[in-house]
Design a protein around this ligand. Structure first.
Ligand code: ADP
Length: 491
């Protein structure tokens, strides 16, 4: 059994669960411990006890630790990428790319450790000065999803540790392998006992224990909207108010205007909708296409989709790997049927495929004649299923793009500076892409959305400090001159 790391020790659990390769369900990656609530509480207590010392550790020590983590991840990106693709089902180049990103993120936050933050300001009162400083928050509970098994943990763990917090990390049940490998690297880099804890297990057990603990000061979560709403409710209705950062779903639009470069638009759409098997919160599932290019776009998509190789994630030449598991596959198929029942036309894919090994293979699906009111256009599917929605012109396309509960990423393909600029300004999303896929982001700039997609401050880049630090304002009267009691009487 692959163990949890709690209070400086690798510990087995009473229960374990198999980690199954979605490209070949006969291949078991390993048996991974499933922690209980009591084990989770031990991890939280260890993180709580380790916090005072770690929060005061030197920025050089933290830098060196994070740098070592980043360096080892990058040096082992092929091996770790193989493990990631094997357990999650994204293609090997995607897996290796994701691992490399995790390494870069650790290196970025190693540098951030050394960047001082704070201000010293004159007070409005005589002989008083004000200082604004940032302090670590405390024990941070990190809850991550299965679709980015190492990058999302990296972009939460690295800033948490960089800014002096201690961590209890709960990866998704489906992908404990990458999380475990990452934990080994973090521990090898020399984090003191209790500073970092890995607690694999169920959301309803491990996750809930983190939410209900008064020793946890903040929760950063990435996952579905219903779970995110539940987490928010629990975190603010009992005990101390926890800081919250929730990254949730998307129903990201990609607008294709009449003047778009057709080939580029098709590449952006195929990448956005189907790469990583469409299992990205930034995936585009609504292709909003204006009348003049609509039919040419659909025909070009059909042709391009025929050329996609759907196969074992680890095989060279695979463009799209399997869906992550049976329940996600059932959900994808259910939505394809719902769309057809609502009047959409399935013009490509949507069928189960047989490959050499038994796996969850689905040909990426394209639904046309979709209206923005249909369920397939409103609810997140989280699979290789895209809809095409017709718009009469740019104005209608923009309106449709914004007519959604979500607001994570929003894209436009156009050669018009006027429309591109207008879209950047008016898209109701946290991220806007012009002539680029809606998915695929840099790591040194903020990541996050609006509306039901995100709650709390942004992740990644320098913006991460908003969540992983808390601001303190200190006033000092220096005794040079009289203390003026009435200078600021109201506050
Ligand atoms: P996904 O569809 O990505 O699995 P979920 O929201 O179900 O989305 O899961 C995302 C993460 O949240 C996973 O690590 C999961 O175990 C965790 N989780 C699920 N339910 C809860 C819960 N009630 N409390 C805390 N964490 C949970």
């Amino acid at each position: 059994m692959t163990k949890n790391y709690i209070a400086g020790e690798w510990l087995p659990a009473a229960e374990a669960s198999p980690n199954i390769n979605p490209s070949n369900t006969n291949d078991i990656v390993g048996e991974y411990a499933r922690a209980s609530a009591i084990e989770t509480e031990r991890a939280i207590a260890a993180a709580f006890d380790a916090f005072p010392a770690w929060s005061r550790s030197t920025i050089q020590a933290r830098h060196d630790t994070l740098k070592a983590v980043g360096d080892e991840i990058l040096a082992r990106k092929h091996e770790l990428g193989h493990l990631l693709s094997r357990e999650e089902g994204k293609t090997l180049p995607e897996g290796i790319g994701e691992v490399a990103r995790a390494g870069q993120i650790f290196q970025f936050f190693a540098g951030e450790c050394l960047r001082g933050a704070g201000e010293k300001l004159p007070s409005v009162r005589p002989s008083v000065e004000a200082e604004v400083t940032r302090e670590p928050v405390g024990v941070i509970g990190l809850i991550t999803p299965w679709n980015f098994p190492i990058a999302i943990p990296a972009w939460k763990i690295a800033p948490a540790l960089a800014y002096g917090n201690t961590v209890v990390f709960k990866p998704a049940e489906l992908v404990p392998g990458s999380a475990h490998a990452l934990a080994e690297i973090i521990i090898r880099a020399g984090v003191p006992t209790g500073v970092f804890n890995l607690v694999m297990g169920r959301g309803a057990v491990v996750g809930e224990a983190m939410l209900s603990s008064s020793k946890v000061s903040a929760i950063s979560f990435t996952g579905s909207v219903p779970t995110g709403r539940n987490i928010a409710r629990t975190c603010i209705t009992s005990g101390p108010m926890k800081k919250l950062q929730l990254e949730m779903g998307g129903k990201n639009p990609m607008v294709v205007l009449d003047d778009a470069d057709l080939k580029l638009a098709v590449e952006c759409a195929v990448n956005s909708a189907f790469f990583s098997t469409g299992q990205r919160c930034t995936a585009s599932s609504r292709l909003i296409v204006t009348n003049g290019i609509h039919d040419r776009f659909v025909a070009a998509m059909q042709e391009r989709m025929q050329g996609l190789v759907i196969d074992d994630a680890l095989k060279a030449g695979t463009d799209v790997g399997p869906v992550v598991d049976q329940s996600q596959l059932d959900q994808d198929l259910k939505y394809i049927s719902i769309g057809q029942a609502e009047g959409a036309k399935l013009v490509a894919g949507g069928k189960l495929l047989k490959c050499e090994a038994p796996g969850f293979y689905l040909a990426p699906a394209l639904l046309t004649e979709v209206s923005n009111q249909m369920r397939v256009a409103r609810e997140e599917i989280f699979g290789p299923v895209a809809t095409v929605i017709r718009a009469k012109d740019y104005d209608e396309a923009l309106e449709l793009a914004n007519d959604t509960l979500f607001g994570l990423s929003s894209g436009i393909c156009t050669t018009s500076l006027k429309y591109a600029s207008h879209f950047k300004r008016n898209a109701e999303a946290g991220m806007v892409m012009v002539n680029l896929p809606t998915a695929g982001v840099d790591y040194h700039v903020p990541f996050g959305g609006r509306k039901a997609s995100s709650y709390g401050s942004r992740e990644q880049g320098r913006y991460a400090q908003e969540f992983y630090t808390t601001v303190k304002t200190a006033y000092t009267f220096d005794g040079n001159g009289p203390y003026v009691h009435k200078a600021n009487p109201k506050v």
